[in-house]
Design a protein around this ligand. Sequence first.
Ligand SMILES: [Fe+2]
Ligand SMILES: [Fe+2]
Length: 207
Amino acid sequence: MSGAAAPFAHPLLRAPTPDAWIAQACATPDVLMIDHANCEKKAASTALALMFAYAEDLELAGKMSRLAREELRHYEQVANLIGALKIVPQRLAPGRYAAQLRRLVAREEPEREVDLMVCGAFIEARSCERFAALAPAIGAPWSDLFLGLHDAEARHFKVYLDLARRAAKRAEVKLQQRVEDFAALEAELITRPDPVFRFHSGPPAAS
Ligand SMILES: [Fe+2]
Ligand SMILES: [Fe+2]
């Protein structure tokens, strides 16, 4: 964990974004932006996948449909800035973060739905925390975009958390235990040195 002086208080996250990750993001904004665009596309596609997975659930479908549309609008905002900055598009493989969080998701229902919603809440919460940490450090022209997206991601993590609470109640699963399990892994992925720099990566492995 990075040596932040002030205690880090968050309803889900257990560790702040390390300073070394922020320094790397400021030094390599092109990779940051291309991966960020991928994250927005993936967020929309995950929301659509959940609509198919829980097709009988109209409440979930309504929330995920709105979320998918919003994530695609975020993608367009990121893509517009990529274009304006003349960043050369490239294919980037995803980092370890989402894939390793997904490994914690139960294979069987009804636990699987609870875990999928908890997992979504953590990814959205980390995006939100990262935008707030990054904006003042990276400055213009990125900071306006990041601060604009921050509030949406804060809403999104609450949407997922509400769906997690609902699913846990139905399944009679102890939600707090699953939140703790994901929180521990998530904090490890954010603080353990990471050989691949991405929007949700840990601090650079070489430093
Ligand atoms: Fe987004
Ligand atoms: Fe989001």
